[in-house]
Design a protein around this ligand. Structure first.
Ligand SMILES: [Fe+2]
Ligand SMILES: [Fe+2]
Length: 155
């Protein structure tokens, strides 16, 4: 089994796509490691990576949702917390003793997240932000034009 970043998951919002690609890279490393029997070592690294990822990526999306008043914000933020708790639960359960079962659980959880969360509500969020940013850019350009041709500027 392997997993690859697919264009169908891209939102077009650069910072969001780049952060999602990073998570893809990590899970892909885990799957590669599992294939050669080194999954347990890689899960330890993935846990560490996720600690930082939760702060950086979830904060970036949460802040963007608040800034742009994203209609699905509260549900989306709750999903972030739920994923964080699910990871924490697996980590507490293994209590430092990462087994093959732990590796499989982490792999399933993250793959499910990549496909369902990123391919679902993250995509909707990115597209929503892009629409707002494009409209704001259009309005700004239009405003410049109308200022340039307004009677007070034609003297
Ligand atoms: Fe995301
Ligand atoms: Fe998200």
């Amino acid at each position: 089994m392997s997993i690859e970043w697919s264009r169908s998951l891209a939102t077009g919002l650069e910072w969001q796509d780049n952060q999602h690609k990073e998570l893809f890279k990590r899970i892909s490393s885990l799957i590669d490691a599992m294939n050669v029997g080194l999954g347990r070592e890689e899960v330890g690294r993935l846990f560490k990576f996720l600690d930082e990822y939760f702060v950086v990526h979830f904060n970036a999306e949460d802040e963007a949702m608040m800034k742009y008043n994203f209609p699905g914000g509260p549900f989306h933020m709750a999903e972030h917390r739920r994923f964080q708790q699910d990871v924490e639960l697996i980590r507490e359960e293994c209590n430092g003793n990462i087994t093959t079962g732990t590796v499989i659980k982490v792999q399933r959880l993250v793959v499910d997240w990549l496909i369902n969360h990123i391919g679902g509500i993250d995509k909707a969020l990115g597209e929503y932000i892009l629409r707002i940013e494009k409209k704001a850019a259009f309005d700004a350009a239009h405003q410049d034009q109308s200022n340039a041709t307004s009677p007070k500027n034609l003297s």
